[in-house]
Design a protein around this ligand. Structure first.
Ligand code: PAF
Length: 314
């Protein structure tokens, strides 16, 4: 018989991780946060998480640790560390994982997918592709940044048990108030989201503006359109079944998350490593393999790398 522990873990208390943890806390009791930073884990264990939404503040007590052995095997892991932190994070998750665990990976971009799929983890791995907006206002304090649907799915084959676990997870997150869809072709969703991030993230970092600011800036808007169209031509050449009108979709996400500070701008402001290589950088790589010119994405990668040169906090 399956041993489904009620414990669920959010790995990485960044903006999205905190938003998901507070969301899960509404309907479930045994929610943990795993953080590589033991000092911050101790702070979260002591002070809990705070969600700012409209003018309301909600507080959620939480269990937090930097040592996965303290948690042990769980039924669900929401892996919310940024793509560049994945190589370091994956080995530290092993005490959480059994064949009955479902690991759901929430990173932006595509650059990390081979690592995730080839890591040889003992549990099924599914992807979550979200347009939710969230900003970190301080350790454990998250500001809701805009509604957005989330798609879940497996990249390759998955057992009936794993599929059931994914359906259960979608139900849990729906019950907690999120819009969730289980998708047969998650790779198409990954690319649809990639195109949104290609259009928004680097440009908000370069122009140092909220997502909505791109819509009020003619130059930025033209670059957004060009970058998304370049990435769409790469996706088409790869045979990805993209949703129609990718530029319109990127603009709609900008509008829906207008007040949100994109994850890349948050990283630049906090002197953290950005996801530029998993997003526009990954488009460059794919385009290079296919011989497709992507000058605007090349320019955006160079500009973001220039912005963060010599300023990373480690
Ligand atoms: O990375 C982000 O910030 C988000 O994916 C999105 C949807 C662009 C909203 O800010």
């Amino acid at each position: 018989m399956r041993d489904r522990s009620p414990r669920r873990v959010v790995v990485g208390p960044g903006a999205l991780g905190c938003l998901l943890a507070t969301t899960l806390c509404r309907t479930s009791k045994e929610i943990w946060v795993l953080d590589h930073d033991s000092q911050r884990a101790a702070l979260l264990q002591h002070s809990g998480l705070t969600l700012e939404r409209a003018d309301r503040l909600e507080h959620f007590p939480i269990q937090a640790t930097a040592d996965a052995r303290q948690i042990g095997p769980v039924s669900l892991v929401l892996l919310c560390v940024k793509a560049p932190a994945l190589p370091g994070a994956l080995p530290s998750l092993l005490p959480l994982l059994t064949e009955n665990t479902l690991l759901l990976a929430w990173q932006n971009g595509i650059g990390h997918l081979p690592l995730l799929m080839e890591a040889g983890l003992p549990c099924p791995v599914a992807l979550a592709v979200t347009s939710l907006g969230a900003n970190l206002a301080g350790p454990g304090r998250v500001r809701f940044g805009g509604e957005g649907a989330t798609s879940l799915g497996f990249l390759g084959e998955a057992s009936p048990q794993a599929r059931l676990a994914l359906e259960e997870t979608a139900t849990i997150l729906r019950r907690a108030g999120l819009e969730m869809r289980v998708e047969a072709d998650i790779l198409a969703q990954v690319w649809n989201k990639l195109l949104v991030n290609v259009g928004i993230n680097a440009l908000t970092a370069i122009y140092n503006c909220e997502n909505g600011g791109l819509l009020r800036n003619e130059e930025a808007l033209a670059l957004l359109q060009a970058a998304v169209l370049e990435a769409a031509s790469v996706a088409q050449a790869k045979g990805i079944a993209l949703a129609p009108e990718p530029v319109t979709r990127a603009i709609e996400v900008c509008r829906a998350t207008a007040d949100n500070i994109s994850s890349m701008l948050q990283d630049v402001r906090n002197k953290r490593q950005t996801e530029i290589m998993a997003i526009n950088g990954a488009v460059l790589e794919e385009a290079g393999r296919l011989g497709i010119p992507v000058p605007v994405n090349t320019e955006l990668v160079a500009a973001v790398r220039e912005l963060t040169k010599g300023s990373l906090s480690g």
